[in-house]
Design a protein around this ligand. Structure first.
Ligand code: SF4
Length: 311
């Protein structure tokens, strides 16, 4: 479990801004939108004076988070250095870092995020997107925002190097694959983007996806899990078992996150189906990418071999 995140595969969550737009079936029960409604957000078309706007939809607001919040990763970085242990940061849980939006200057916010990532080398940033086709063009357009941002020249060099094929060692790039259609559409974009570590988040997985039929060279990590919540869709644990087998055969580290709230053929006491102790032994698999471990070891000067399953 993360230090300040309820997500098992990360240490911290960071949101450079809040707000997004749904793009695919995996977004149907978006927990971030549900959170925004719970804190009083009302869709722009129904909103009355004084009511807070829901930040989901094409023309709904996106809200940049506060300066003090943006300083938190610097403290996490200092703590990681003091401890001699790298930490992982998931960005973003309440937005999509690679969303395109004509109404807000997300290029500027992205450039500022990239500067923060460059300034925190003891943190491994897990950038997870449902829009991997935007990664390369948006690295370029973030560069174009340099005249509007007070970023260090080193950040521009860092971005230029990334675009030239030398990606930062502390960025893990991931995309969500919830069904076969999204596997076909998104995996090629992910593997085409320069990244030290590439991963798939197959959560919520909505149907069986045979990874063997896809281009897996260049992928390092696969997270799989079912949907949780009142409106959760059914998840067959056999789908996870198949993803684990396909990942192992391709030399990719598998991480089974949860069975979700409606696992077929299982009665679980944990409402998210996240308690490994309740699962069949073969599903209790929580490994981290070897590439990430090697990069972390290189960064810390430790070249001991990676222990399987160790972060
Ligand atoms: S991309 Fe993520 S944050 Fe955006 S609507 Fe979909 S599930 Fe929600």
């Amino acid at each position: 479990m993360g230090e300040n995140s309820g997500i098992e595969w990360t240490s911290h969550s960071f949101n450079p801004w809040v707000g997004c737009m749904k793009v695919s079936p995996g977004c149907t029960n978006c927990y971030a939108e549900a959170f925004d409604r719970r804190v009083g957000g009302v869709p722009v078309s129904q909103r009355r004076e004084g009511q807070k706007a829901l930040r989901w939809g094409v023309s709904a607001p996106r809200t940049r988070t506060t300066e003090s919040y943006w300083r938190q990763p610097l403290a996490w970085n200092a703590a990681a250095l003091a401890k001699g242990e790298r930490a992982r940061v998931f960005a973003a849980s309440l937005a999509d870092v690679f969303e395109a939006n004509a109404h807000f200057d997300l290029d500027l916010w992205r450039l500022e995020l990239f500067e923060l990532i460059r300034s925190t080398p003891a943190l491994d940033w897990q950038l997870l997107t449902k829009r991997p086709q935007h990664v390369l063009p948006m690295l370029q357009t973030a560069l174009g925002a340099r005249s509007r941002a007070a970023v260090a020249p080193e950040t521009i060099e860092w971005l230029e190097a990334w675009l030239a094929g030398a990606p930062p060692t502390n960025v893990w790039l991931g995309t969500t694959v919830e069904d076969e259609e999204r596997a076909v559409e998104r995996i090629p974009h992910l593997v085409a983007a320069p990244a030290a570590v590439r991963f798939l988040s197959m959560e919520p997985l909505l149907e069986p996806v045979d990874l063997r039929r896809h281009q897996l060279a260049g992928l390092h990590w696969v997270i799989v899990g079912g949907e949780s919540g009142k409106k959760a869709r059914v998840f067959d644990p056999a789908w996870a078992a198949d993803v684990v087998a396909a990942a192992r055969a391709a030399g990719i580290a598998p991480f089974v996150k949860q069975m979700g709230s409606r696992p077929l053929g299982m009665k679980l006491s944990d409402p998210h189906g996240g308690d490994v102790e309740e699962w069949p032994l073969e599903l209790g698999v929580r490994e981290f990418p070897r590439a990430g471990a090697l990069l972390a070891a290189a960064a810390s000067g430790d070249d001991r071999p990676h222990r399987p399953g160790a972060p």
